[in-house]
Design a binder for this molecule. Structure first.
Ligand SMILES: Cc1ncc(C[n+]2csc(CCOP(=O)(O)OP(=O)(O)O)c2C)c(N)n1
Length: 636
């Protein structure tokens, strides 16, 4: 396959910053859009990454940087997975080749990375709130710059967008919200307002009147007289009054423009130039196609949202996504259990495939719910189901459940409602980096009364824990496991586990390593390495972070002088802290080393690279254990 040669491009070779872009004639942006797409596809085909969203906003990104004076004018991107072209145009054309790789640029927005990345993101639905804060600060400082938030229809399923718009309507700030409507979240979007827009867009009267307005405003750029402008405004106003009464955005105090074809870069520029002159809250609604460009995107179920390295002519990934293994074990086990127990209901927040709920979606659709990017709502929705005797299973990535912290406490735990929380992507997720690592769940769940927390060492334990969780009716129960492949162990019939019981997986006599989740395997491998150093380590699989196995720990603390806890969660308030609290409160004077993720945000890289860096792979754990064993006391 031939690599894309930028030096042969007509325009892209000379584009490094938005000022270069501004030197082009408007019509040349169409050719540039083709070149950018080709460069993007070529680059991402080699290293993998989020692709569909950036391809969809190619023209929008060009138009924004062409019309607005970035970085003085502020563009706030929601999520940031669609900002690859923004990166290309803002000094990171070459660096794109390192995106999401260790020591390379981030796959999302990052303030440290560029002054053009006005506001960091990774999680959805933050852009409008952040833009309002930035606009308010601008006004305090008597500056005149523009502030633009770009948000997708998927991200508009999150409540914070409406909280922000409500606030904007009251404050009446100069702010532009671009709604990028492609009818997709990662999966097809579940936005009920979509129907509203669809009806509007197919309404004949609306479209006739709208094209009239369009013809008139088409002449706006140069020659439009004041009279024509007024007439257009009148028609537009009347049109809105008649056809879109009570339009949501208008009601919230926004001036609404759209819907507009987001792939017509020339029109986009013209409209943005007009909008640039206006003040007050403005909403520009554009219609785009996710994955626009390559033919294979159209039929792709997620419109090539994210891909491993792939063949750029066919779109076929070289390596099947490794995402599935634990995810699939969970997803298929849930179907088995739900077939036996009709009270089981599955809930996810816009991640059917990522969480493995696609299996139950297919097999038992009536007991499957995608609530949109609305983790807070998902949790309270589950609380309601549980209050009426159902067994809701909320499958939400560890990092995204952070959003629903109060809902877990207030709506679920205080009322002892039996919601099953399934946290995929616990620990270090890899290429998505600090916004996506599941580094905090053991800590943020552990401090909640009535909460049971478990983490399986392998897929068989995962199945049994899920089974146990669906039978546990005394309150909330959470299971967390990592991204990626399971260990490949034999799975059997479901077995109910005793809550709060761990196990010794290898006996030893010199030092005890008490591990949780996937760290059990790493610790077992470390024990093998320690044998060569004449250290005989005992390995404990804790299984439960809460409640701890007091009996087992009492025995271990009685037999070993030195004890290491190992987790892929932050050390602060995590599993090791729980063990240390147990020790202090029971007056044990043993030397304890809490080993896990240090108190800083961990950058992106492959999970195995990050594990090695943090010494929570087998070699790292063995090294730490050896040092601890040989020294009087060490601190990490
Ligand atoms: C709080 C949160 N939940 C889930 C996700 C995972 N996620 C990343 S992109 C995305 C879809 C976003 O859809 P949209 O805003 O329409 O952008 P598009 O990809 O369609 O351009 C989701 C659900 C996230 N980033 N943040």
């Amino acid at each position: 396959m031939i690599d894309y040669d930028i030096s042969k491009s007509e325009f892209l070779k000379n584009i490094n910053y938005p000022n270069d872009l501004k030197k082009l004639n408007l019509m040349d942006l169409r050719t540039l859009a083709d070149e950018v797409r080709e460069y993007l596809i070529d680059t991402i085909s080699k290293i993998g990454g989020h692709l569909g969203a950036s391809l969809g906003v190619c023209e929008l990104t060009l138009a924004l940087h062409y019309v607005f004076n970035t970085p003085d004018d502020k563009i706030v991107w929601d999520v940031g997975h669609q900002a690859y072209i923004h990166k290309i145009l803002t000094g990171r054309k070459e660096a794109l080749k390192s995106i999401r790789q260790k020591d390379g640029i981030s796959g999302f927005l990052k303030r440290d990375e560029s002054e053009y990345d006005v506001f960091g993101a990774g999680h959805a639905t933050t852009s409008i709130s952040a833009a309002l804060g930035i606009a308010t600060a601008r006004d305090f400082l008597n500056k005149k710059n523009k502030v633009v938030a770009v948000i997708g229809d998927g991200s508009m399923t999150g409540g914070m967008a409406y909280e922000a718009m409500n606030n904007i309507g009251l404050l009446k700030k100069d702010i532009i919200v671009v709604l990028n409507d492609n009818k997709m979240s990662i999966a097809p979007n579940v936005w009920s307002l979509q129907n509203y827009f669809n009806e509007l867009m197919t309404n004949d009267t609306y479209n006739r009147l709208r094209s009239k307005v369009w013809d008139m405003t088409g002449a706006l750029d140069k020659k439009m007289s004041n009279r024509l402008r007024k007439a257009a405004a009148k028609i537009e106003g009347g049109l809105k009054g008649v056809i879109t009464p009570g339009m949501l955005f208008e009601a919230l105090g926004f001036r609404y423009f759209g819907p507009i074809n987001g792939h017509n870069v020339v029109n986009l520029v013209k409209i943005m130039e007009e909008i640039y002159k206006m003040s007050g809250p403005i909403l520009l609604h554009i219609i785009t196609e996710k994955g626009k460009g390559p033919s294979y995107a159209t039929d792709h179920p997620q419109k090539i949202h994210a891909l491993n390295p792939f063949d750029k002519t066919t779109g076929i990934e070289y390596k099947k996504s490794p995402v599935t293994a634990y995810t699939k074990v969970f997803g298929t086990a849930l179907v088995e259990l739900a077939k036996r127990d009709e009270k089981i209901v599955a809930v996810n927040a816009a991640m059917p495939d990522g969480t493995g709920l696609n299996y139950i979606q297919k097999e038992i659709p009536e007991r499957y719910f995608d609530v949109g990017i609305a983790e807070q709502h998902a949790v309270t929705f589950c609380a309601g189901l549980a209050a009426e005797g159902f067994t809701p299973v909320a499958a939400i990535y560890s990092t995204f459940l952070q959003r629903a912290f109060d809902q877990i406490i207030h709506d679920v735990a205080i009322q002892k409602l039996p919601v099953v929380f399934v946290l995929d992507r616990g620990g270090l997720v890899g290429a998505d980096g600090p916004t996506h690592h599941g580094a905090f769940d053991l800590s943020y769940l552990r401090l909640i009364p009535n909460m049971v927390i478990m983490s399986p060492k392998d897929e068989n334990e995962l199945r049994n824990m899920l089974y146990t969780a669906t039978l546990y009716k005394r309150g909330p129960i959470a299971m967390r496991y990592p991204r990626g492949n399971a260990l490949g162990v034999q799975t059997g019939q479901f077995q109910k586990m005793e809550i709060g019981k761990g196990e010794t997986v290898k006996e030893g006599k010199d030092i005890a390593i008490v591990a949780i989740g996937n760290m059990v395997k790493h610790s077992l491998d470390a024990a093998e390495l320690l044998k060569d150093k004449n250290i005989d380590a005992e390995i404990i699989n804790a299984r439960f972070v809460k409640p701890l196995d007091i009996e087992l720990l009492t025995d271990v603390f009685g037999r070993f002088k030195k004890i290491i806890t190992v987790e892929d969660n932050t050390i602060a308030g995590g599993f090791g802290s729980a063990v240390a609290e147990f020790a202090v409160q029971n007056n044990f004077k043993n030397d304890i080393l809490i080993h896990g993720i240090p108190d800083r945000f961990i950058e992106h890289g492959k999970p195995e690279e990050l594990h090695a860096d943090l010494k929570i792979d087998a070699t790292g754990i063995a090294g730490v254990a050896e040092e601890f064993f040989n020294k009087q006391k060490i601190y990490v």
